[in-house]
Ligand binder design. Structure first.
Ligand code: SF4
Ligand code: SF4
Length: 241
């Protein structure tokens, strides 16, 4: 519920809020200004270090660049803003890929810098130009390699025979295995259980070795038995009276 203040309460409350506002105004009045007076200060204007203006290919004083036309930046670009055109040329008896045209479309670039990070030779980088407005979009497609430029030739590696092989001194050979101190950790880890203390595995009583069943040969009938049997057979064959 709104409670009406008195006359003087409202007056002092308003004066207090005016004082707080004036305090902020006066503080900002005396702090250092960071507003750039562009375009009046165009000549001395400096962009901050992380600003990405436009992709460039630095050349040295001999009109040479570092691009070997490998195409990794083109493959890394998510917007197809880079087009590397190369050709095969014979250099020193060897066929070599040579950059012909490096096209960069500033109009479709989103300044992600993936191309710069993908380049293994550091051949491209971003400058700090920002006045890139044009009336024709086709003017945003730029050729980064300068006319008549070439790639910087890297020094050839020395032949292998010239490289001195490191000689290992005999005295510094590692000691034979017998002279080396046994590692303590290994000894501690092994349990000191002699062979005699090892629990013998008693054979189970029930597990007697099974004796093979030897089949007894058939007993041959003795001559006496033969006689009895003959008589019995004769009596059996005789006709009963
Ligand atoms: S900054 Fe990104 S979008 Fe622009 S050319 Fe490089 S990879 Fe493509
Ligand atoms: S700029 Fe770098 S990554 Fe792109 S083609 Fe040239 S060497 Fe390869």
């Amino acid at each position: 519920m709104y409670k009406d203040k008195g006359y003087f309460d409202g007056l002092f409350s308003g004066l207090k809020s005016i004082g707080i506002g004036l305090k902020t105004t006066m503080r900002e009045f005396f702090t250092k200004k960071i507003t750039e007076q562009y375009p009046e200060n165009r000549k001395e204007l400096e962009m901050f270090d992380r600003f990405r203006g436009s992709l460039t290919m630095p050349h040295n004083e001999n009109n040479q660049h570092k691009c070997v036309a490998c195409g990794l930046c083109q493959m890394a670009c998510p917007n197809d803003s880079i087009n590397v055109i190369s050709e095969m040329k014979e250099v020193d008896g060897k066929k070599k890929k040579v950059l012909v045209t490096y096209e960069y479309n500033l109009g479709s670039c989103m300044f992600c810098m993936l191309c710069v990070n993908a380049c293994p030779h550091g051949a491209i980088t971003f400058d700090q130009s920002f006045e890139n407005a044009v009336f024709d979009r086709s003017k945003l497609i730029k050729v980064l390699n300068q006319p008549g430029s070439s790639v910087i030739e890297r020094p050839k590696p020395a032949p292998r025979s010239a490289v001195a092989k490191p000689t290992a001194p005999v005295a510094e050979k590692p000691a034979p295995a017998a002279e080396r101190p046994a590692p303590q950790v290994a000894e501690e880890a092994k349990p000191a259980t002699p062979a005699a203390e090892k629990p013998l595995v008693q054979p189970a009583v029930d597990e007697k070795p099974s004796t093979p069943v030897v089949e007894k040969p058939m007993e041959k009938p003795s001559p006496a038995d033969k006689g009895i049997n003959a008589e019995e057979s004769k009596s059996a064959d005789a006709p009963s009276e």
